[in-house]
Design a binder for this molecule. Structure first.
Ligand code: PLP
Length: 413
């Protein structure tokens, strides 16, 4: 019997040199065991055994590479990390238990007390809480500025600014940040530029190529794409990722092998799913813009979007999330949502199933009225994460919402 990696080989990365994201999604980061399985193997084990006491000592002492314990490394997790790193064009990826664990691990390993962070105002609600409530307790102060207002970013910089943090496009109004501009600002001030690439995925945008130092994902969203697991990942240069890995190894928010396997398989269909999400979302956004009951549609693929040209330059597609304001208030928004029958009423996004939500009372419900105002989260705003169902059927379901509004207005006469 042999122990360690003797019978297990990695499909060589050099075979894939220069290949496209579509190919890397299917082929990068695969381990093949002595069984010669065609699909990716899964290693659901907490620990690993050694051939001898001497081998155990060598592993622990770092003289021999290999697995020790799944809080440190696990082959399935490493396979997922290798695949997403290749897709993002980063040197190394570190998988985490959730998207929030990815953000926390990045902050804990690369910031220290006294440091200052600048973050875009429209970030994921929990990211906001993490910075404002928890990082603040450890002496890391965060300023929030408008995602698209480069002047606000410049004005917010201090000598102790160590990190700029953004999501682009933003949730739910699909604002698009000028990544090259922010990367330059970060570089000039020796700060790290961190991009949460959850909405675009490496299929539509590779922030590391546009000047970002670190890319973060909630793998829970498009990377899985089928709503099965919670997970996250951080991607960037070896030197920074070693720090993130060190924190993870000590603090423990690691990804489970089972979840890593689900994400590994999820990545294989990511390119074709993203194209289907983009096609459906653009079609629906254009259709919504024509509806008399709609006040305004927010989707970077529309020519009416203020950063349409920037999005065209920066992204390969406009993504699967859109939002729109109805003529009316909360009552109309809720009536509309409740009248849909097929689309899921849930705050999750990035799923093959289309979802619909009322941001003001769900995802952004914890924001103060002033913050909601500033972020444009009005009571008549509805967000749709467009899935991959037939677009005609999505229109049929949404038409039920418009019909409900018409019925309600004639009832009132
Ligand atoms: C969901 C989400 C997160 C948090 O990820 P979890 O996996 O839920 O912890 C972070 N950023 C963005 C943009 C998200 O949509």
């Amino acid at each position: 019997m042999t122990f360690g990696r003797e019978e297990t080989v990695w499909i060589p990365e050099s075979d894939l040199e220069g290949m496209s994201v579509d190919t890397l999604a299917v082929r990068a980061g695969q381990i093949r065991t002595g069984q010669l399985e065609h699909s990716d193997a899964i290693f659901p084990t907490s620990s690993f055994v050694y051939g001898s006491a001497a081998q155990a000592a060598a592993r622990f002492g770092g003289d021999e590479p290999g697995n020790i314990y799944s809080r440190f490394t696990n082959p399935t997790v490493q396979a997922f990390e290798a695949r997403i790193a290749a897709m993002e064009g980063g040197e190394r990826a570190v998988a985490t238990a959730s998207g929030m664990a990815a953000i926390l691990s990045t902050c804990m390993s690369l910031l220290q007390s006294g440091d200052h962070v600048i973050c875009s105002r429209g970030v994921f609600g929990t990211t906001n809480v993490l910075f404002q409530k928890y990082m603040a307790r450890f002496g890391v102060e965060t300023s929030f500025v408008g995602l698209t207002e480069l002047d606000e970013w410049r004005a917010a910089v201090r000598p102790e600014t160590r990190m700029l943090f953004i999501e682009t496009p933003s949730n739910p109004l699909c604002e698009v940040a000028d990544m090259a501009g922010l990367a330059g600002l970060a570089r000039d001030n020796e700060a790290l530029f961190v991009v949460d690439n959850c909405f675009c995925t490496p299929v539509l945008q590779r922030p590391l190529e546009q000047g970002a130092d670190i890319v973060i994902h909630s793998a829970t969203k498009y990377l899985d794409g089928q709503g099965r697991c919670v997970g996250g990942v951080v991607v960037g240069p070896e030197k920074l990722m070693n720090e993130v890995y060190g924190f993870l190894r000590s603090a423990g928010p690691t990804m489970s092998p089972f979840n890593a396997w689900v994400f590994q398989k999820g990545l294989e269909t990511l390119p074709i799913r993203m194209r289907a999400h983009c096609d459906n979302a653009l079609e629906l956004a254009s259709w919504l813009e024509l509806q008399p009951a709609v006040e305004r549609v927010f989707y970077a693929g529309l020519e009416s979007h203020p950063q349409h040209e920037l999005a065209k330059k920066q992204q390969k597609g406009f993504g699967g999330v859109l939002s729109f304001r109805l003529k009316g208030a909360r009552e109309e928004a809720w009536q509309f949502i409740d009248a849909t029958r097929m689309i899921s009423i849930t705050a999750n996004l990035g799923d093959v199933k289309t979802t619909i939500t009322h941001p003001a009372t769900t995802t952004h419900g914890r924001l103060s009225p002033e913050d909601k105002d500033r972020a444009g989260i009005t009571e008549n705003l509805i967000r749709i994460s467009v899935g991959i169902e037939a677009v005609e059927d999505l229109k049929t379901d949404l038409a039920r919402g418009f019909q409900a509004l018409r019925n309600a207005s004639t009832d009132n006469v």
